[in-house]
Design a protein. Structure first.
Length: 430
């Protein structure tokens, strides 16, 4: 490495696009990661409460997945295969069906899309329009579904939508659960505009939602609200798409985030932690009667990422019984208790606890406070990020496999960081 760039961020600033984001929040060069920890090139250790924005639910370099991957590579097995049949794909499909779908009484066809979440969403939108012959999609305020044009059209964030550079059409946004502080029934509102011939809404092909809005502020929909949305979709013959890319794969406590609500979406989008190892992989699940694709009608060069299939199949061993779910819930309860205490102990936050499972955070009423807490935490060796339309939420996304002691160590850093930021704020206002 050139001496000019060693131990420096200079090469990134000189050569990489201004579009880079996370490296601005965490300005160091990382060199190693294991479990719930990362190290930078100076040897400093960091606890990871970001988990690749939900792509590393099983931690960094999970040993069992790493061993399976290394064995596969050293045997000169298939790495890239388009959508051809391979042993690795077969193993994943068989295990996914036996361990995940059958026990939950879910009969879905599996579609391997391009290996990103936004591609899974694009395929879901295309399929809904193809099957129904309708063009409109209903999405929700503060929803986030990806950065390609179709996904952006059902995303709420104004800054991200502006990046499209073209009009985003054939969608309508309606209020998410508890979007209004006052007592406003958002499901009744949805039913009204569907029923009213004067609403200006043509009957949509689908409704798309996240059960917990990750980028939108860790807004968790109530289970009965989700159930009522499903009932509306059934009543009006509208397809229900659940984007479970961030909230799924155990992040909220169950493999699919919608399980506790007792609903069965028509279409489900999965990516992020699906491979278990941080390798690119995405699938779209849908009811068999919706499988009306023509061969190659939606494709992608890298949808046959066999390395991801290997680690994904290995990751499903966590779900052979309910012990992993119980462990997640135990940790989630610890996080909930901690965040509720923070809200009480630091009234300066003007905070509210958000989310469920190991997808929680605090929404701060005080301006810019969440971002400052994250900055302070990074200085102290903890990586976490903000969420929400104005970055008003600091969120906790630790690996699901994190040890309780590591979790509590992170809590200490967060509390110290809040205390430091609050004291600094008081000094500024004096």
């Amino acid at each position: 490495m050139s001496k000019k760039y060693k131990n420096s961020l200079a090469i990134f600033e000189q050569l990489e696009s201004e579009v880079r984001a996370y490296c601005r929040s965490f300005p160091t060069v990382f060199t190693k990661a294991k479990g719930s920890k990362l190290w930078d090139e100076e040897g400093k250790e960091y606890l990871d409460f970001l988990s690749g924005a939900g792509a590393l639910n099983y931690g960094h370099n999970n040993q069992k997945m790493q061993d399976a991957l290394v064995r596969y590579i050293l045997q000169d097995n298939i790495s890239h295969s388009l959508d051809m049949a391979t042993e690795a794909k077969r193993n994943f499909l068989e295990k996914f069906n036996e361990v995940i779908l059958k026990p939950r009484n879910l009969q879905y066809k599996v579609m391997f899309t391009g290996p990103t979440g936004t591609n899974a969403v694009e395929s879901a939108l295309k399929l809904a329009r193809k099957v129904t012959g309708r063009t409109n999609i209903i999405s929700f305020t503060n929803g986030f579904h990806g950065m390609t044009l179709g996904s952006l059209s059902v995303t709420g964030n104004a800054m991200k939508r502006k990046g499209a550079g073209v009009p985003l059409q054939n969608t309508i946004s309606v209020p998410f659960d508890n979007y209004f502080e006052e007592d406003f029934d958002t499901v009744e509102y949805l039913k009204q505009i569907l029923e009213d011939s004067g609403s200006g809404l043509d009957k949509p092909a689908a409704v798309i939602l996240e059960t917990v809005q990750g980028e939108g502020g860790i807004n968790a929909a109530r289970f009965h609200w989700l159930k009522r949305i499903e009932e509306v979709c059934r009543e009006y013959n509208i397809l229900l798409i659940v984007d479970d890319i961030q909230a799924g794969i155990g992040r909220t406590g169950t493999f699919f985030s919608f399980e506790p609500a007792g609903i069965k979406p028509d279409i489900v989008c999965l990516s992020k932690s699906l491979s278990g190892y941080g390798l690119p992989m995405a699938i779209t699940l849908f009811k068999p009667e919706l499988d009306q694709w023509k061969p190659g009608e939606h494709n992608g060069t890298f949808r046959g990422n066999n390395l991801a299939f290997v680690t994904a199949a290995e990751s499903l061993n966590y779900w052979d019984d309910d012990s992993f779910e119980k462990d997640i819930q135990k940790k989630a309860n610890v996080v909930t208790d901690f965040l509720q205490r923070l809200v009480k102990d630091f009234p300066e936050l003007k905070g509210n606890r958000q989310g469920r499972g190991l997808m929680q955070g605090i929404k701060c009423g005080a301006k810019d406070l969440a971002a400052k807490v994250c900055q302070e935490a990074f200085k102290r060796g903890l990586i976490m990020e903000t969420s929400g339309p104005i970055d008003e939420v600091f969120k906790l996304f630790p690996p699901l496999t994190i040890e309780i002691e590591e979790l509590k160590k992170g809590f200490e850093i967060i509390e110290q960081s809040i205390d430091a930021v609050v004291k600094q704020q008081k000094l500024i206002t004096v």
